[in-house]
Design a protein around this ligand. Structure first.
Ligand code: GDP
Length: 298
């Protein structure tokens, strides 16, 4: 996903390697090139501005280091600022003191929520939890079946409305699932919700209704990292609508320019908690800002 950005930054840094020391003019020129590289990667403008301002200020104020040459020093600062915009520390899931912990998934249709439910279920199980997946996406044809399929692949129980009982109402399904989880000793409930292809009030109200009924411990906003600049508007709409406590970046294996992934933390103020890198249930991990920054810088 970040190949072009990595190449561009590598070019910027290679231009610095021959320099014995950096003047303010060198730093300004470097900052301009980094700015272009980030904008071309579709990073949102406010994020680029904040990033460049920090890099410039820190590079100009940097102590002359004996251990690092000027290029290394700038790379170190860029690396630290990348880690910063990606959220700094890894943010872990918060579990409820009294189980079950309820995790609500929200996002547009096709973002990867149902797949994520399976991934999260498998991951939670590997961490020693006993998760249950709940089918509250009753809008999309086949969403319930799809969740049952990923649940089976993950070896995780799926709670779904009985077939033949009409489509059911997602709030009752969610509430019943929690009662069911308590009886069946499941300590984490992952609730899949309906998305639409664009932001729409009905979808948002439905997610809000489920949220208010089940009072989730975490609301994870799943975002397709391939959708570019649109991702930012979508993220803001979800932040202002149902709200969320963490972000899951999906489709990081795609070949889009990756700016959404780099912008979402700064723009929404919420941490990126997990990353999905493929369609298989194992293509998933906790998000580590420092590892992502190192990957971008090669
Ligand atoms: P939902 O509508 O939000 O529930 O999205 P789905 O879970 O149905 O995912 C939509 C499509 O994206 C499916 O074809 C998934 O296999 C695919 N998908 C989900 N996550 C990833 C990912 O991390 N990488 C790739 N390449 N595809 C993914």
């Amino acid at each position: 996903m970040f190949d072009t950005l990595s190449d561009r930054l590598e070019n910027v840094f290679s231009g610095l390697r021959s320099k014995g020391r950096l003047t303010d003019a060198d730093i300004d020129a470097t900052a301009r090139e980094i700015r272009i590289a980030l904008l071309e990667a579709d990073v949102a403008l406010p994020v680029v501005k904040a990033f460049i301002a920090s890099v410039k200020e820190r590079s100009k104020g940097a102590e002359v280091s004996k251990a690092l040459n000027p290029a290394q020093q700038v790379i170190k600062i860029v690396n630290e600022e990348l880690v910063n915009i990606l959220g700094g520390e890894t943010r872990r899931l918060q579990f409820a003191k009294t189980p079950p912990t309820v995790i609500l998934l929200a996002g547009l249709q096709g973002a990867g929520k149902t797949t994520l439910a399976g991934k999260l279920g498998k991951w939670l199980k590997a961490q020693g939890h006993s998760p249950m997946l709940v089918a509250c996406d009753l809008q999309r044809p086949n969403a319930v079946t799809q969740l049952q399929v990923v649940g089976e692949q993950a070896g995780v129980e799926v709670y779904a409305p009985e077939p033949g009982n009409g489509v059911g109402d997602p709030v009752s399904v969610a509430l019943n699932s929690i009662e069911n989880a308590k009886h069946a000793m499941h300590d984490v409930v992952v609730v899949d919700t309906a998305g639409r292809t664009g932001i729409d009030q009905e979808m948002m109200q439905q997610a809000i209704g489920i949220r208010d009924a089940v009072q989730p411990n975490e609301i994870l906003f799943v975002i397709d990292a391939m959708i570019g600049q649109d991702a930012i508007n979508t993220a803001q709409a979800f932040r202002d609508g149902v709200g969320f406590t963490g972000v899951v970046l999906s489709k990081l294996d795609g070949d889009a320019r990756g700016g959404a992934a780099l912008s979402v933390r700064h723009v929404t103020g919420q941490p990126i908690m997990f990353a999905s890198t493929g369609e298989k249930l194992d293509d998933f991990d906790v998000f580590h800002p420092e590892r992502m920054a190192s990957r971008i810088l090669g």
